[in-house]
Design a binder for this molecule. Structure first.
Ligand code: TNX
Length: 502
């Protein structure tokens, strides 16, 4: 059966087009033109010279079974993709008439986003990988859409449980549907080290060995070739990869490989438990800074995106003065290699963080050091743990998941506003939102998707859609209508009792 946005009386549901306003995340403006619908047929062509035209064809061909040739000459009955000024970095305009569809954007990213929207305006059957009988109707009207925030992100923690490149690619496919445009990879922690660094090969030989995940599960690491391939795969889908090496805390795995990174020179035992805050680099030793610079340089070399995340959280084993001395040296090192320093909000305690991005992971109350850093120039990504942490359980019955920031059902993930979360933060200092998925309790790809979906869609909407569209009743009904697409995709999402799943 096709997904329909309404269940009211009228034409037979399977013949009714999806509402123009049914998109996730909500579009900025939609003006429906009821009845002026476009029908994709065996005569339809795709017109455009961006690779996004090929992406659109690859989405539409399997289920329709139509040839959908790509040409550069506009014809009747075509879906035209075209660039023009005026739509912003990621915005687009989608116009649907009986005689054709036009997608306009200034940048490739805007065309990509418009294609994600168009995909959701077609019946669920469009997701099938072989020909289906259906009426391939796109609802008439015009959508003008653009993001509220430039940064809509999520995070995978490869350190506590390694996720393979294949699993990461599948996840990228799934997040990009919702216009998530940043994927932060937490690549090192006490349990493991997950990225090849040529100058310090034992990091992955020892820290990426089998069994280096929580509970002794998993293990593994990304080679530089794996990482570069992921960067490219993500970029095709408008996703920027952000690498994180967590320091000066969360470094036990590095120290098992290189005991000279401890103050007493003694190798600690490998750790696969879930405790945090016990390890620290030796902030007074020069070798520490040689290590850090090598890692930053090699990471920067293989990362085209603007950000390099240096962790900085939960440094309970680092003396406070030593933490500040460490950041005074390390934050400029990130800039030396051409990247914007990014860290958990604790780095805001450093006066050297004025050009940094702080990832706020606290709760909704006053954080004077964050406000001070922002007043001095730092910018913010909002990841309040009690709203965005995808590793928190949904409710007491959730298999897996942690609970230290509370249970997070879909309505909790949806029920906040980045602009008013913290007092004293000017709107222009907020770059966007990110939903981290820590992997202490994860083992399989199903575990990832169960905790991420549907909550990540709530965070995607908070990041993309204008404040004025924020509406729980609308969100839950659009989300409920999306369910069959995930079913078809074989994605094991949380069937939240809050949502009217179709
Ligand atoms: C806190 S949030 C951490 C991580 C844990 C996570 C589990 C943050 C910056 N640090 O080390 O994995 O909680 O929810």
């Amino acid at each position: 059966p096709l997904v329909t946005a309404t269940t009211s009386a009228g034409p037979a549901p399977e013949r009714m087009p999806i509402a123009l306003t049914s998109v996730l995340p909500a579009v900025a403006e939609a003006v429906p033109a009821p009845g002026d619908d476009f029908r994709i047929t065996s005569d339809t062509t795709i017109v455009g010279d961006d690779d996004i035209a090929d992406q659109l064809a690859a989405i539409l061909r399997p289920a329709t079974g139509f040839a959908l040739p790509i040409s550069t000459r506009p014809t009747e009955d075509s879906i035209r993709l075209r660039r023009e000024p005026g739509h912003g970095a990621e915005g687009y305009r989608l116009t649907v008439h009986r005689d054709g569809v036009e997608l306009l954007a200034t940048e490739r990213a805007g065309l990509f986003n418009g294609v994600q929207t168009l995909r959701q305006l077609l019946p669920t059957a469009i997701e099938a990988d072989s020909p289906r009988r259906a009426e391939w109707i796109v609802p008439g009207g015009t959508i003008n859409d653009r993001p509220r925030y430039a940064y809509r992100g999520t995070m995978l923690d490869l350190a506590r449980h390694f996720h393979t490149p294949d699993e990461i690619r599948t996840h990228i496919d799934r997040i990009a549907r919702f216009k998530i445009n940043h994927l932060h990879l937490h690549l090192s922690d006490d349990q493991g080290w997950r990225i090849q660094i040529d100058a310090w090969p034992r990091l992955t030989e020892v820290g990426g060995a089998p069994g280096t995940g929580v509970g002794g599960a998993g293990g593994g690491f990304l080679t530089k070739a794996d990482y570069r391939e992921l960067v490219r795969y993500a970029a095709d889908r408008n996703v920027t990869i952000i690498p994180e090496i967590d320091m000066p805390g969360h470094v036990n795995a590095a120290q098992t490989a290189y005991p000279e990174l401890t103050c007493d020179g003694v190798a600690p035992r490998p750790r696969t438990d879930m405790r945090v805050g016990y390890s620290t680099l030796c902030v007074r030793e020069e070798i520490t800074y040689r290590f850090v610079e090598d890692v930053i340089r090699e990471l920067a070399e293989m990362t085209p995106g603007p950000y390099l995340h240096i962790g900085g959280d939960e440094t309970f084993a680092t003396p406070h003065g030593g933490y500040l001395a460490f950041q005074r040296r390390v934050l400029p090192l990130v800039e030396k290699y051409g990247k914007i320093p990014y860290g958990w909000h604790e780095i805001g305690q450093s006066p050297a963080a004025t050009r940094s991005v702080l990832q706020f992971w606290g709760r909704e109350r006053n954080h004077p050091s964050v406000a001070t850093a922002v007043a001095a120039g730092a910018r913010l990504i909002m990841s309040p743990a009690n709203r965005t942490y995808l590793d928190m359980e949904y409710d007491l019955l959730t298999p897996g998941g942690l609970d230290w920031a509370g249970a997070i059902e879909v309505s909790t993930a949806y029920g906040w506003d980045p602009a008013t979360l913290l007092p004293g933060i000017p709107a222009a200092s907020i770059l966007g939102v990110e939903a981290p998925l820590w992997s202490e309790t994860l083992r399989t790809e199903d575990d990832i998707e169960f905790l991420a979906f549907p909550r990540l869609v709530a965070i995607a909407e908070i990041g993309w859609s204008p404040r004025a569209t924020h509406d729980w009743a609308s969100f839950r009904s659009r989300l409920g209508a999306y369910g069959p697409r995930w079913v078809r995709d074989g994605l094991r999402f949380h069937r939240s009792p809050e949502i009217p799943w179709s």
